[in-house]
Design a protein around this ligand. Structure first.
Ligand SMILES: [Zn+2]
Ligand SMILES: [Zn+2]
Length: 352
């Protein structure tokens, strides 16, 4: 019998912990499981490697604030150049392709127009979202935290959004100085569509953003004629670039299911065509929005689309392939998907 040979691993402890968190998020595991690994990665990132190695040898890793028993096992293996068992197990469980189709379209995507950080209801800092988007091969990520009225999601007041724009500039400067190539974090918002179709943020701030996703998050059960007027008004707003998860439905998940909002989809999508607003294909598995018949209607009316992850954690940035699979099934050509365009073209389009 040959002895069990440890698989080698040379990524280092921070990469191992981040990869574990990524795979858990991608596999839609509960965030509390993820937090320990992300917390441990953040805890050891600033430490000199010798100090981490010494803690491994002394068995004192768990004395470090933010490092628990399971993270310590991962760090120990990685420091010794061995594949951490937890990582190997997760690669097997969650590392494979998420969807059967959509791979070609996914390869054609250059970025993502809808993502959240821990400034609103996301689970990770802005820079972690940006790093992960880079690692996935994107040229850009649009950061679209929520607007003020969505208080349950810690929507950003004008003051907080103003501060966030400064942080985005700083992240970009840092990435450029660090030789990150051409990647850019873009300024955006997921702005609530108010009951009258207005947008829930000051025009002056909306004007400073690169991309604006407008979504309905409240009074989803409004009468169809009122909802149609509301959505058409939002689409007509010159700041709107993308109509986010248009029906608001939930098909599964821990928030339960929710029927789609009722509205005159033909009128809303025609307004999208007339005002050059992209219909979002929201890739979150619990949303699958728009439903297939509406996706086909938007296709037939000549809409453009954006395939968005609506990621609330770095690993969820990988959800885009679900939307790609649906777009492919609906026969939507890549040319009509705005995030297949080069970044400069996308930015020019979003300026209108
Ligand atoms: Zn939303
Ligand atoms: Zn969102």
């Amino acid at each position: 019998m040959s002895p069990q040979v440890e698989e080698q691993y040379d990524g280092g402890p921070v990469a191992a912990l981040r990869r574990i968190a990524f795979l858990l998020e991608r596999g839609r595991e509960d965030t509390y499981k993820v937090k320990a690994f992300r917390g441990a990665a953040a805890a050891i990132l600033p430490l000199p490697p010798e100090q981490v190695a010494a803690a491994v040898e002394d068995g004192t890793l768990t004395d470090l604030p933010g490092v628990g028993a399971s993270s310590a096992k991962v760090i120990t293996a990685a420091v010794r150049g061995e594949m951490p068992a937890r990582l190997a197990e997760l690669e097997r469980e969650h590392g494979g392709p998420l969807a059967a189709g959509g791979a070609d379209l996914r390869a054609a995507l250059r970025g993502d127009l809808h993502s959240h950080s821990d400034w609103s209801d996301g689970g990770s800092p802005i820079e972690e979202m940006a790093f992960t988007a880079m690692e996935l091969g994107h040229d850009y990520l649009v950061l679209t935290d929520h607007s003020p009225r969505l208080t349950v999601a810690r929507g950003l007041s004008p003051e907080r959004l103003t501060r966030q724009l400064g942080v985005v500039d700083a992240v970009n400067e840092h990435l450029t100085a660090g030789g990150a190539g051409d990647f850019m974090l873009l300024k955006g918002i997921e702005v609530d569509i108010l009951d009258d179709g207005g947008l829930d943020q000051e025009d002056e701030l909306l004007a400073r953003l690169d991309v604006r996703v407008a979504s309905v998050h409240s009074k989803l059960k409004m009468d169809a004629p009122d909802m149609t007027r509301r959505m058409v008004a939002a689409v007509q707003n010159p700041f709107t670039n993308v109509l986010g998860h248009c029906t608001g439905r939930m098909v599964m998940g821990n928030r339960g299911t929710r029927p789609p909002s009722r509205f005159d989809a033909k009128a809303v999508f025609q307004a999208c065509v007339d005002h050059d607003v992209a219909v979002e294909i929201n890739s979150r598995p619990e949303r699958r929005d728009p439903p297939t018949e509406l996706l086909e209607l938007a296709r037939d009316l000549g809409c453009v689309f954006s395939i968005d992850s609506d990621a609330h954690a770095p690993g969820q940035l990988d959800f885009q392939v679900y939307g790609c699979e649906r777009a492919e099934e609906a026969g939507i050509p890549a040319e009509r998907i705005v995030n297949t365009w080069p970044r400069e073209r996308l930015l020019a389009w979003a300026k209108k």
